[in-house]
Design a binder for this molecule. Structure first.
Ligand SMILES: Cc1cc2nc3c(=O)[nH]c(=O)nc-3n(C[C@H](O)[C@H](O)[C@H](O)COP(=O)(O)OP(=O)(O)OC[C@H]3O[C@@H](n4cnc5c(N)ncnc54)[C@H](O)[C@@H]3O)c2cc1C
Ligand code: SF4
Length: 331
């Protein structure tokens, strides 16, 4: 049994200062990831600061310019049910509703969702087995082990894990940004810069520093966002993480693609943007299936599957194509 103290945050400034100066402090929001990690002995914080008491951090603000601000303490279910979020960004709503379970979504916060840790079984359950993310320098059991659900892009010899958040994939496609408050004040971090590739420091999932508190998410108004879709492929149809997933958003003229955003989950240590495919898709007809497929393939020339997950290379391309076509039907 791991003992810790539990305090309620009285204000952001003192919560941030406490987190910055004591490595044993962890923020807790819904607790749906953190408590599991404590039970699995992945992390052993000495003090939990409950941030649910911080004011105004659960607000969802639909601005008149079409952008959205989603407070870090807004619950997944509340965001998914919000009328403006549903109207402006179907891809965000679908990514939320395809995640976890109804009860979890009622508890789980948006801030906690985007910093949840990988579901690699060696990391979660592999007490004693080498895992560089859990115990830096110990090795990676998945590299030559059970790696069916692991990365095909951007991995290193140190770690081949994938990022688990569905929402983060949707927000990456929409060029959202994370609003962070730290010791030196407020800053915005683009989603594309927020999560890290493992390199030789896989213990770091993202660019947050000690003392950083996620205040909310900024989702800009984008022409593509209304015609958007999140497609998640998984081993069972509910209550399961993605094998691969795609967030697609598209603006069309007639049937011709004007601009498109594609991001994938389940393929890398961070949400993976298909930048080459986005460029190649511009100007193609949504009815040109072979052309769409060839354009998507341009983002897979550097895929590096592991021993047990080569199937993901084909599956991911099919997933991207289907997500794009469904988004296109909504335009
Ligand atoms: C069985 C199960 C199935 C799941 N399936 C899915 C799924 O399919 N797809 C999916 O995307 N997710 C899934 N999840 C993950 C779930 O969405 C996350 O656990 C949840 O979103 C985390 O939010 P929380 O508020 O509970 O975070 P907590 O557990 O409270 O915190 C998680 C981490 O975030 C930090 N944190 C929280 N808020 C802040 C903040 N404002 N600023 C800085 N740091 C903060 C905490 O310190 C902690 O490190 C699943 C979880 C479970 C248990
Ligand atoms: S893939 Fe990453 S999380 Fe999984 S065992 Fe290897 S180092 Fe650990």
């Amino acid at each position: 049994m791991h003992a810790f103290t539990f305090v309620r945050a009285s204000d952001p400034r003192s919560a941030i200062a406490a987190h910055a100066t004591d490595r044993g402090v962890a923020f807790i929001a819904g607790g749906t990831d953190l408590v599991g990690l404590i039970k699995d002995r992945v992390t052993r914080p000495g003090r939990l600061i409950d941030i649910n008491t911080l004011p105004a951090m659960d607000a969802i603000d639909a601005r008149s310019d079409g952008s959205l601000h989603i407070g870090a303490l807004a619950r997944m279910s509340d965001v998914a049910a919000h009328p403006a979020v549903r109207r402006r960004t179907p891809v965000v709503v679908e990514s939320l509703l395809l995640a976890a379970s109804g009860q979890l979504r009622n508890m789980a916060s948006i801030g906690g969702n985007i910093v949840q840790r990988t579901r690699c079984a060696y990391f979660r359950d592999g007490d004693g087995l080498p895992c560089n993310k859990r115990t830096p320098g110990s090795g990676c059991s998945a590299l030559h082990g059970l790696n069916r659900s692991h990365a095909i892009f951007g991995w290193s010899e140190s770690c081949v894990a994938t990022h688990p958040s569905d929402l983060a994939v949707a927000l990456t496609a929409l060029d959202a940004a994370v609003h962070v408050r730290g010791l030196r004040g407020d800053r915005m971090i683009a989603f594309s810069e927020f999560h890290r590739l493992p390199g030789d420091t896989p213990e770091k999932d993202n660019v947050l520093e000690r003392g950083d508190l996620i205040v909310g998410i900024e989702v800009p108004a984008r022409a593509e966002a209304r015609a958007s879709h999140y497609l998640k492929v998984r081993d069972r149809q509910s209550y399961e993480f993605a094998l691969v997933s795609t967030a697609a958003a598209v603006a069309i003229d007639g049937r011709t693609i004007q601009s498109v955003r594609l991001a994938m989950g389940g393929v890398a240590h961070r949400p993976w943007r298909l930048a080459a495919a986005e460029a190649a898709l511009r100007g193609l007809s949504l009815d040109d299936r072979a052309g769409l497929r060839a354009a998507i393939a341009t983002s897979f020339t550097n895929a590096q599957p592991l021993a047990r997950n080569a199937f993901k290379v084909e599956l991911a391309q099919r997933c991207a194509l289907r997500a794009l076509q469904t988004a296109g039907e909504r335009a």
